[in-house]
Write a protein that binds this ligand. Sequence first.
Ligand SMILES: Cc1ncc(COP(=O)(O)O)c(C=O)c1O
Length: 355
Amino acid sequence: MAPLRNTGGAIVAAAISMAAILTYLLQNPRPKYYYSVGKFLSSKKKKSRNGGLIDAIGNTPLIRINSLSEATGCEILAKAEFLNPGGSVKDRVAVKIIEEALDSGELVRGGVVTEGSAGSTAISLATVAPAYGCKCHVVIPDDAAIEKAQILEALGATVERVRPVSITHKDHFVNIARRRAKEAKELALKQTKIDQLDAEDSEKTSNHILQGDQSVFPDDCKGGFFADQFENLANFRAHYEGTGPEIWEQTSGELDAFVAAAGTGGTVAGVSLFLQEKNPKIKSFLVDPPGSGLFNKVTRGVMYTHEEAEGRRLKNPFDTITEGVGINRLTKNFMMAKLDGAFRCTDMEAIEMSR
Ligand SMILES: Cc1ncc(COP(=O)(O)O)c(C=O)c1O
């Protein structure tokens, strides 16, 4: 990565994976932060929380990467998102998606949040949904590691493993997840009508939804909500209202640049926009892994990646060790980003930087 001018501030990298540094936490108790008010803040004020699981999300430490700081002469800090209870930045997103859905009435307690994800977002939704009295149903491709399904089930989620097909196919796992939310809603409506009619003799629906293509949710399900992390701007707001302000407070505004990779784009969008509004001199950059079209989108305005070029397309064009980052479509969340540039990174660079 090209060196950035050091003006005495710091460069912050987000969404890294590192081992927990307990001594750091003991010496640096998590500070209380004050949230700045900006035009994209959701109308509801930050909820007063009760010290439970949800309270343990966010306010993660910024850890100085000594080796890189010394090698570059810049202060390089990493936001330790792996210290969230669900192990990633996605806990913030899961909380925001669920809280906004509950506030709008699209989701109610006893309802089920559905998502098509084989990654961190599913783990975060499964982790936090019970804290809101909700359930979580995750649809994943059946070529994803079985351990992922096992972790989700251990967290109390129901998991549906489906054949991997193109995103344009109605049975792509994301499309099935969207459909399941609709089915859960319909089931709840039907149940309400049955209750209203007090129809003891009425035909009972089966106790569970979907075997193949039939229903899988229990009769007492109170409806469904599709989390839709790629297109739901609650994702962006989680970072605009949370991660961005935390970075600003933790660095006392003394930072030159912010660097992150993008999957849904929620993190780069929320943080970059927040920092730019606080101080337009702060630069934000994307780091893009192999197989992703975002680098070209940011630097040349065209969504294109070499791996997709005519005659070069591999069976798995996204054959990279980076998981969850890199994408070949523009999401609503990514479109909110205010980026000053982008860097390509190789798998080897990603591995080296993680050590
Ligand atoms: C651990 C982790 N960090 C970062 C990202 C990417 O962040 P975003 O989706 O906000 O672009 C992902 C995406 O799934 C992830 O799993």
